[in-house]
Design a protein around this ligand. Structure first.
Ligand code: F6P
Length: 356
């Protein structure tokens, strides 16, 4: 870092209010663009200083916090992951609001920007209910948060999944096989729906819609009978009709939610047995969260970051920045975290007309 850059902003930070930023929960492309947008606007327009909290709520309850000057966020919008690190630590397992208040006071933090998904923002909402000055920024590849039309990370994940399915299709075609592709999404099917439509899948299976094994086999055979290599896209949270509970025994995360994954591996042999078509499965897993953010996600994340500092200046504690249509608005964290945004049945029906 050239010396001139290091020293220029420091002189301008005297007497400023300090805002803490953390990224928590599963990472996703665009987190760094939020951090950059918030810090640059906060510094330039509102004359605020920032501290970076390491690894989400862990860094806050363990007081692992460092200054986050403007020169540390240069060029960040194209960088995947998060420069602050993340974890699935639940602050309520580590002293809750009392501990958070104590650490914030130690750093003279007047506000907190928490960037996270459903688990993180639920914790933020509970902290806000107990008087912690916090503003939320919605991120998740799953796109499962209510009160925002889209979360950043989703567009990148869908693009990665679509490209992967396109690639899997070419090898399936060479071998005249059926390919089952499992994508992430937790308990909603947004990634599966969008990547499945984009890649022209012959079946898209999502948690919101019950589908029998017989129906899936029928779609697979229809595609095979037309000389196609059948492609089935399945969301990790899908449970086949008549089955009570399907996910790999991976336990619960710190927010008490099951770790999903494994349905693709279960489905593939079942389809092969019933249809006689050689079938393979591929689980895309964390590939969907890696690498550089798409242009769409960089823009959305940057807009969320700049809007979040405005919300802090306005003391809109307990709020979350949100995309409504094409506008960035401020909504209550309660409305964002109490109901999951699931795929409406009619959206799946639209796609299902093309199955088989
Ligand atoms: O919420 C994002 C997500 O990627 C889900 O789609 C997935 O079920 C989960 O996180 C995986 O979590 P982890 O990174 O802890 O394995």
């Amino acid at each position: 870092m050239p010396d001139g850059f290091r020293h220029w902003p420091v002189t301008a930070t005297m007497g400023r209010v300090t805002i803490g930023i953390l990224t928590s929960g599963g990472d996703c492309p665009g987190l760094n663009a939020v951090i950059r947008g918030a810090v640059i606007k906060g510094d330039r327009i509102h004359h605020e200083s920032f501290v970076g909290i390491k690894d989400g709520w862990r860094g806050l309850v363990e007081d692992d916090i460092e200054p986050l000057p403007r020169y540390d966020v240069r060029g960040l919008s194209r960088l995947g992951g998060t420069i602050l690190g993340t974890s699935r630590t639940n602050p309520f397992d580590h002293g809750g609001a009392a501990r958070v208040r104590e650490v914030m006071a130690g750093h003279e933090m007047t506000g907190l920007i928490a960037i996270g998904g459903e688990g993180t923002l639920t914790a933020a909402r509970r902290l806000s209910d107990e008087g912690i000055p916090v503003v939320g920024v919605p991120k998740t590849i799953d796109n499962d948060l209510s009160a925002t039309d889209y979360t950043f990370g989703f567009d990148t994940a869908v693009s990665i999944a679509t490209e992967s399915i396109d690639r899997l299709r070419t090898t399936a075609e060479s071998h005249h096989r059926c390919m089952v592709v499992e994508v992430m999404g937790r308990h909603v099917g947004w990634i599966a729906l969008h990547a499945g439509i984009a890649s022209g899948a012959h079946a898209i299976l999502i948690p919101e819609v019950d589908v029998s094994l017989e129906q899936i086999c029928e779609w697979v055979e229809m595609a095979r009978d037309r000389g196609r290599a059948p492609v089935v896209v399945v969301a990790e949270g899908f449970v086949p009709e008549g089955v009570e509970h399907v996910h790999a025994p991976r336990g619960l995360d710190a927010f008490g939610r099951p770790r999903l994954g494994g349905i693709g591996e279960q489905l593939a042999p079942a389809l092969e047995e019933k249809t006689g078509i050689e079938t393979r499965s591929a689980t895309l897993g964390h590939l969907q969260r890696g690498g550089v953010p798409s242009a769409y996600d960089r823009v959305l994340a940057t807009r969320f970051g700049t809007a979040a500092v405005d919300a802090v200046v306005d003391k809109q504690w307990g709020s979350m920045v949100s995309l409504i249509g094409t506008d960035i608005e401020s909504v209550d964290l309660h409305s964002a975290t109490t109901v999951l945004k699931t795929v409406p049945r009619e959206r799946w029906d639209e796609a299902a007309i093309l199955f088989g």
